[in-house]
Design a protein around this ligand. Structure first.
Ligand SMILES: NC(=O)c1ccc[n+]([C@@H]2O[C@H](COP(=O)([O-])OP(=O)(O)OC[C@H]3O[C@@H](n4cnc5c(N)ncnc54)[C@H](OP(=O)(O)O)[C@@H]3O)[C@@H](O)[C@H]2O)c1
Length: 246
């Protein structure tokens, strides 16, 4: 086994190389300091496990990845559940599977764990395989897979296909609040609920949908989708939210 100081040196050289490779492409360059703030947990437990830490900015380790400067990020039930260890066994298996051939990846270790699954922000660096899909300086919104380091931080690295240009009629905060909850609602209605099979509007109109938790993140998105599709829906909500939902 190599002595610890040699391993550290090797890892530092590798990091410099990765940062250099990721910055070869940019026409638009932003000076990226090495450190950032991130909300992290160091073990599973209650919310007081969350600590604001000064950590290294994650590195681009694949040609298809982008580094995003985070402007806004959401808090979903899964963030709270993950603080308590939800899915830990499965997520560790997924991290292991990803680690095959992924030397230097940001996502191989369980702790410290940065939470946060959807974000909006600006592309500040990109791998050479991203091409013109995303440009440096693009304002984007996107999601982080559950087994990866999250976006409750100043910067996050994601695969470029998980970030798209942000709709200009949404603020950064609005954009960051939509994707996980919205895609969950869409997938529940369209795929699991089978609305995709009801291609004619007439057939869809004959269906009623009961939305439980209509005042929550997923519920409010479901209501708006159903309204846009002109469907009948029945809500299960608690009184104080009725005014807000109107
Ligand atoms: N957000 C996501 O991205 C996402 C993704 C996948 C799965 N999910 C799952 O989808 C569910 C909803 O997520 P969410 O983001 O919409 O959560 P949320 O914003 O916390 O909303 C939860 C909703 O459920 C209602 N509720 C809570 N306890 C209830 C009870 N005992 N009886 C009836 N209603 C109750 C809440 O009403 P009150 O506000 O009045 O308590 C609220 O309307 C959760 O189980 C979550 O794990 C969420």
């Amino acid at each position: 086994m190599l002595p610890k100081n040699i391993l550290k040196l090797r890892s530092a050289i590798h990091d410099v190389q990765l940062r250099y490779l990721a910055q070869l492409v940019p026409k638009y360059k932003e000076s990226i300091e090495n450190k950032m703030l991130a909300w992290q947990i160091h073990s599973y437990g209650d919310l007081d496990e969350l600590k604001l830490s000064n950590v290294r900015i994650p590195l681009i380790t694949k040609p298809t990845e982008v580094l995003i400067k985070v402007q806004a990020a959401s808090v979903n039930p899964i963030d709270i559940a993950m603080t308590r260890g939800y899915g830990a066994t499965l997520l560790n298996l997924m991290r292991k599977a990803r680690s095959i051939g992924a030397y230097g990846s940001n996502d191989l270790i369980e702790f410290p764990l940065t939470l946060g699954r959807d974000f909006s922000g600006v592309v500040v660096s990109k791998g050479h395989g991203v091409g013109d899909k995303l440009k440096l300086g693009d304002e984007v919104w996107g999601v982080v897979p559950v087994e990866k380091q999250g976006c409750h931080a100043n910067y996050v690295v994601v695969e470029s296909n998980l970030a798209k240009r942000r709709p200009q009629n949404l603020s950064y905060t609005e954009a960051a609040s939509i994707l996980y909850a919205g895609l969950t609602a869409w997938s529940a209605l369209w795929i699991t609920g089978g609305l995709c099979y009801k291609t004619s509007i007439g057939t869809r109109l004959n269906r009623r949908v009961l939305v439980l938790g209509g005042s929550g993140g997923v519920g409010t998105m479901a209501i708006q989708l159903l309204k846009a599709w002109n469907m009948h829906y029945v809500l299960f909500i608690i009184n104080i939210y009725i005014k807000y939902l109107h």
